[in-house]
Structures are given as structure tokens and as C-alpha cells.
Design a protein around this ligand. Structure first.
Ligand code: TXA
Ligand code: MG
Length: 357
């Protein structure tokens, strides 16, 4: 299959010819990758089992990991969900369109292929003008996981999508770099208490301001324990992984910089292709340690924005040993640490211990 890569003018997406082409492909059961404000999505008709099947195939994704259905107007929610709780209504008013996905009981028209056999459905109303234009033009709820091959970091540019999906889908729409850079926050509203299944740009504090206390799924900052059931099936799988081994370095700032230097030097002298992922403030001090700048120390949103692109760069450079700084797991930092932790299988060392050796 030939994959077409097409740019679209963000100021007038509705009139772009390629949006009509995308809509037609989707209506015919084909797949189109498109930009959203979080990461790029791999879209197909969310009401068509065969199209959902194609998504799983193109990604190499296990078919019990459910998809998110994307809508472009509030009215499009009703037909695909069962009940809409008062809490869900409040969250929709506060955060849609935007980087929040909510899990509802599903309606009958949503095929089990889309929900991985679950009787619930995850729904998102993205704010990105191109995403909205495509969904609107197709006139369908669009099932769209992140447009990466399963196990790779999510794509934050059209090039990332092309690297993974060339030859597997018909069209990739280029709308520039994703703004947030990490996938949406997923909150379940079907249990007794609302529960964040995946942290993202809409933080726990922001959600609690609107609906009161919410739980955090246990496995956000650690691997699943043996036999533990994932609330969100996506949590079961190896995720966001570069090819190299990532180790996270915790501790006081100057100790972390010193530990990064020592770990890099040892790995380098052992013949590894090694590097460090460090804050902008430390790039100069670590100039001879192959530094990758992940953004400013106090700016978790910047780190979020850059993280996946950095992990992909490390693969392109064939790095096999990677040492990274960490951010406090609060606010957007929780989402960063959830992804970074999984990239490194939560392998963490304390800087002071490294220095003492
Ligand atoms: O930002 C995003 O959400 C991006 C863009 C493209 O919209 N999409 C995305 O989709 O990240 P995906 O498929 O890569 O991640 C969806 C996550 C998975 O962890 C999945 O297990 C969970 O949402 N999920 C989907 N439906 C669910 C359901 N019914 N119950 C619980 N978790 C669900
Ligand atoms: Mg994904």
C-alpha cells in the first residue's frame, strides 16, 4: 500500500481538500493518521469492526486493548454511550474539547472490536482543529489509538507516524508537532469512585476541582504485580519503550548530575552507545556525556512535550544505554513519570548511592 503524507493548513482545515479525502477513506473502512493536541492518532470508523481490526493489525496491537472513540461535537456522545453521569457532565463542560478521555458504559452500536470485548467505551473530544475537521467530515465516531507501532513511543510528529506506518495505511495528515506531547488523561466514571487510569495533561488536581476526590490507578508509578488485573488494559503491555535500556536517576540535583556523569563514563568505557537525558540547566555540565535536553527542570509540560520525540531520537541513534533525570511525580509530572517509568521498566537508582561507590 502506498502511504500518502499530506500537509494541511491549520487555519482553515475544513476547506482543505485532503480532509475530504480523509473522510472518504474513513467512510470506506480505511485508516488515516491525523494530528491531535496530545499525540498523532491512527483513525478508523469506530462503528465498523473490520476497520477496528485493521487498526490492531497496522499497530501490531493486542486486540484486547480497547480503542478510544473520538467525537467532534457534544451531540455525538449520546449515541455511543449508555448513561452520562452528573460527574461526566461536569467534566465534559470543564475539559472538552481537550486532552481528557472518559470511560462510559457503551451503547449497543459500539462494536466489541472497538472496546476489546469490554462493555464500556472510552470517548475523547479532541481540541485540535484538524482532528475535529476530519471527524466532522467523516460524520462518524473515529476510533484512534496513538499512531505508533505497538510498544514504540507515541508519535508527536507526522514523521514519527511515517516511520512506523509507511506502507500500512493510506494517508497521514501532517499538522505539525503535537502540543501536549503525551496521550490524554483517561478517567473511568463507571466504578463507585472516579478513577484516573492514565495520567495526562488534565491533572488529578484539575479533575478534583470539578468533581471532588478521584482515585489513581495503583500501577501508574510501578509495574503491574503478578496476577494484578489492569483497570485499563493498555497498562498491561510493555509501552513507550526505546530499544535501549533506560535507567532513572533520583536524588539531590548536584548528586544526580555527578551520578549521570559517572554512569555515562562507565557505560561508554564498556563500549556501549550511551547517553544521558537531562534538564536544559544541566546540558552544559554534561556536555561530554552525549546529553539529550528534555526541557527545563521546573517545567514538566516542556518535558512532556519533548519526551517521546527524545525517546525516538535515541532509537534513531541506536543508543543502548540511557540514563535519565526525573521530575517530581505531581501535576503533569505524574504523566511524565508514568511514561518515563514504563520506558525504563521502572528501573531507578539513587544518585547518592552511585557517588558513594
Ligand atoms: O491522547 C490520546 O488519548 C491518543 C490520541 C490519538 O487521542 N489516543 C491514545 O489511544 O492514546 P491509545 O489506544 O494509545 O490508548 C488508549 C488507552 C489504553 O491504555 C486503553 O487501555 C485505555 O485507553 N482504554 C480504552 N478504552 C478503555 C475502556 N473501555 N476501559 C478502560 N480503559 C480503556
Ligand atoms: Mg498508545
Amino acid at each position: 500500500m502506498k502511504t500518502i503524507l499530506a500537509k494541511v493548513d491549520l487555519s482553515q482545515p475544513d476547506s482543505a481538500e485532503v480532509i475530504q479525502t480523509a473522510a472518504k477513506i474513513l467512510q470506506e473502512g480505511g485508516l488515516v493518521a491525523f494530528p491531535t493536541e496530545t499525540v498523532y492518532g491512527l483513525g478508523g470508523n469506530g462503528l465498523d469492526s473490520a476497520a477496528c481490526e485493521k487498526i490492531y493489525l497496522a499497530k501490531g496491537r493486542p486486540s484486547d486493548n480497547p480503542l478510544i472513540l473520538h467525537i467532534s461535537e457534544f451531540e455525538e456522545l449520546n449515541p455511543i454511550v449508555g448513561e452520562i453521569s452528573p460527574a461526566a457532565k461536569k467534566l465534559m463542560d470543564a475539559f472538552w474539547p481537550g486532552p481528557l478521555t472518559m470511560v462510559f458504559p457503551k451503547s449497543e452500536i459500539v462494536p466489541e472490536k472497538a472496546t476489546g470485548g469490554l462493555d464500556t467505551v472510552a470517548v475523547r473530544f479532541p481540541s485540535h482543529p484538524v482532528a475535529r475537521a476530519i471527524i466532522r467530515a467523516a460524520g462518524l465516531p473515529i476510533a484512534a489509538p496513538s499512531a505508533n507501532s505497538s510498544g514504540k513511543p507515541s508519535p508527536t510528529s507526522a514523521k514519527h507516524v511515517f516511520d512506523d506506518m509507511d506502507g500500512r495505511i493510506r494517508l497521514i495528515i501532517d499538522g505539525g508537532e503535537s502540543d501536549v506531547g503525551l496521550e490524554s488523561t483517561v478517567i473511568s466514571l463507571v466504578g463507585e469512585k472516579p478513577c484516573i487510569l492514565r495520567p495526562g495533561g488534565v491533572t488529578k488536581a484539575m479533575l478534583e476541582e470539578v468533581i471532588g476526590p478521584v482515585d489513581l490507578a495503583g500501577s501508574i508509578l510501578r509495574p503491574l504485580e503478578k496476577g494484578e488485573k489492569a483497570l485499563s488494559p493498555g497498562m498491561m503491555y510493555k509501552h513507550y519503550s526505546p530499544d535501549g535500556q533506560v535507567t532513572l536517576i533520583e536524588g539531590e540535583e548536584s548528586a544526580v548530575v555527578e551520578a549521570l556523569r559517572r554512569l555515562y563514563t562507565d557505560a561508554d568505557s564498556e563500549g556501549h552507545r550511551a547517553c544521558v537525558m537531562c534538564f536544559t540547566e544541566h546540558v552544559e555540565a554534561l556536555a561530554d556525556c552525549h546529553p539529550h535536553d528534555i526541557g527545563h527542570k521546573e517545567d514538566a509540560s516542556e518535558v512532556a512535550h519533548r519526551l517521546f520525540a527524545t525517546l525516538r531520537d535515541l532509537d534513531d541513534e541506536k543508543m543502548d544505554v540511557i540514563f535519565s533525570e526525573v521530575v517530581p511525580p505531581e501535576g503533569v509530572g505524574l504523566a511524565v513519570m508514568n511514561r518515563l517509568g514504563r520506558a525504563g521498566a521502572f528501573r531507578t537508582v539513587n544518585a547518592e548511592e552511585i557517588i558513594r561507590i
